[in-house]
Design a protein around this ligand. Structure first.
Ligand code: HEM
Length: 562
């Protein structure tokens, strides 16, 4: 059953009485596990348990890249691409995320905020967080600045940025760069599933759009590549900031290949630039989207978040925020706890495919027993269930639903629980296979917060093949939450049941009852999310919200809402 891990949470494992089971179908045998110890062994022993790249092959459509390769070829891609993922670039991404989040809020409120201090009802929060992530990925992947509708372009803008950041397609194109990227990512499933010669002639709107986006995108890529190669050849100094494609061009064209570090060819440069946009777009967008929705559903969490933001930033202007000084305190605060909690409940990648080394059988320890797994056995690490597994996470009965555990509830406070033992983590580091795989080497969560047992919290995977972009993804999301909640609150829209004048006249009790309906509906909508490449709401589903200036809340301010 597709999407079973989200629909059933941990029920299938409970029903079978085991955190690890085999599923035997006519075509294959697959081992499924949500057991932290199993996950830890599989993610950290890369040679014994490889990534099942056969499931990602189509993502090489524009060129081989770090996500879809394995073995020595993967190592070469990883080494070359990871050079961009350093703290200096994380700081640049932090600044860009602040800029883009302010652009998003300005789009919602317009130049003059409405007298009520509130936006109208927003039904497009999922699309808007996708645009937010796209604008940042334009910067991360290509060093470009993309703009929001209605945003004035500065007069002294670099002509290259003006050309590619504009909403109008430049001569020779039928889509702007931002639009080609957005449509390409939106139509990714069609581009992956339908052979291109067929896609080109299909008479449907989606096919025409997908084809046109692909053609425009590839043309942009050729143009970018030529321009960046020319820069290297003519000695143009590297610009400050993140630009993965530029860095790949530099490392491939500015030096000779060595035994330790091979050079990427043009198609591999384009392939890697593309895969960064795929890997970093929906994942980050969905996490911000679900965090905003959960905060609208949980007013007490929102107030705790704002308290931490107030004490961290003391009302300062976001453009003055200093990454080096603030990143760790932010990750250790309620801001980090909210993002961790969304990634625990709604991980964008809900299952991770692995395979037992095709060369030899491998031993896997499950509950103190050694099991021999045959070469080539498929494994699925069920991220979603592992992150709600009561045998790995400290838990108590749910105060909200009365369920035996609170692991299906959004509770950022859980990240303030004391960590019982560091043993798992310390031992784990010794067991890790592989050397320096590049990219950020620290932990996913702040050392000051609860440290989950290793293998139980894997939104970014773990071990040598863990997410290359995890640091910048965290940085983007904490920057966005800080910018938004420093000045605004988010409330669920209640238009289905009452208009503004009716709400105005309501008593506190009536408002509480009204908001409870909106909470119930929002929880039901989120409960129907589906994993298609990443976990997100179904087409046509949305959680309607309003942003309000702090102090102008109608519901999430002082009312005691559950
Ligand atoms: C909330 C945001 C994100 C989440 C939850 C996430 C999650 C993941 C996961 C689970 C994997 C492992 C997939 C597998 O092995 O099957 C992965 C790999 C990867 N991610 Fe992310 N990701 C996020 C953001 C990003 C960003 C922003 C970038 C880059 C701009 C990025 C780049 C990559 C790359 C290149 C890989 C492949 C690494 C390799 O195979 O060596 N990710 N990500």
């Amino acid at each position: 059953m597709p999407n079973w891990e989200y629909l059933t949470r941990t029920e299938e494992f409970e029903r079978l009485g085991s955190d690890t089971f085999h599923l035997i179908t006519p075509g294959a045998v697959t081992l499924f596990s949500c057991d932290a110890e199993v996950i830890h062994q599989v993610t950290t022993r890369r040679d014994a348990f490889a990534k099942d790249t056969t499931q990602y092959g189509l993502l090489a459509m524009f060129g081989q890249n770090v996500l879809v390769t394995d073995g020595a070829v993967w190592k070469m891609h990883r080494k070359t691409t990871s050079a961009s993922f350093n703290e200096k670039n994380a700081a640049h991404t932090f600044a860009e995320a602040i800029y883009q989040t302010r652009g998003l809020m300005a789009m919602y409120f317009g130049d003059n905020e409405s007298a009520s201090g509130s936006t109208g009802t927003i039904n497009t929060i999922e699309e808007d967080t996708r645009s937010w992530a796209l604008n940042i990925i334009g910067y991360v992947g290509f060093g470009l600045r993309l703009f929001w509708p209605g945003q004035k372009l500065p007069e002294d803008l670099d002509p290259r940025i003006a050309k590619y950041g504009s909403f109008e397609p430049p001569p020779g194109y039928t889509m702007s760069f931002g639009q080609s990227l957005a449509v390409l990512l939106e139509r990714l499933v069609a581009l992956l599933a339908i052979p291109w010669p067929l896609l080109k002639i299909l008479p449907f709107h989606f096919a025409k759009e997908a084809w046109s986006a692909k053609e425009n995108y590839l043309k942009y890529m050729d143009e970018f590549l030529k321009a960046k190669v020319d820069d290297v050849k003519t000695g143009v100094k590297e610009a400050e900031g993140m630009d993965i494609m530029g860095q790949l061009v530099r490392s491939s064209y500015a030096r000779k290949a060595t035994k330790d570090c091979a050079k990427l060819d043009d198609s591999e440069i384009i392939g890697n630039a593309f895969i960064m946009t795929v890997a970093g777009h929906e994942t980050t967008a969905n996490t911000l989207h679900f965090t905003l929705a959960e905060l609208a559903i949980n007013p007490a969490a929102q107030r705790a978040l704002q308290q931490d933001i107030d004490s961290l930033f003391k009302g300062s202007d976001p453009s003055t925020w200093n990454y080096e000084q603030l990143v760790n305190p932010m990750l250790a605060s309620y801001i980090g706890a909210c993002v961790n909690e969304t990634l625990r409940l709604m991980p964008p990648v809900t299952q991770m495919p692995k395979v037992v080394s095709r060369d030899s059988e491998q031993v896997l320890r499950i509950k103190d027993t050694q099991h021999v797994l045959p070469a080539g056995l498929m494994i699925s690490l069920v991220v979603l269930s592992a992150q709600r597994n009561p045998r790995s996470w400290p838990t108590k009965p749910s105060e909200r639903t009365g369920a035996p555990t609170d692991l299906d509830d959004f509770l950022p406070e859980r990240w303030y629980r004391a960590t019982k033992s560091q043993e798992n983590q310390e031992q784990a580091s010794e067991e890790d296979e592989g050397g320096d795989e590049g990219g950020y080497q620290g932990s996913n969560t702040s050392a000051s917060l609860y440290r989950p047992v290793r293998g139980s919290y894997i939104p970014f995977s773990d071990g040598p093949r863990s997410c290359l972009g995890r640091r910048i993804a965290m940085v983007e999301m904490i920057a966005a939450l800080a910018v938004i909640f420093q000045q605004y609150s988010v409330e669920l829209a209640v238009d289905n049941w009452a208009n503004d004048q009716e709400v105005e006249k309501m008593t506190d009790e009536e408002r509480r009852r009204l908001y409870a309906k909106a909470q119930e509906r929002a929880r039901a909508t989120i409960g129907k999310a589906t994993s298609i490449i990443t976990l997100k709401l179904n087409d046509g589903e949305h959680v309607p919200v309003r942003f309000v200036r702090r102090g102008c809340e109608r519901f999430v301010g002082d009312l005691e809402l559950s």
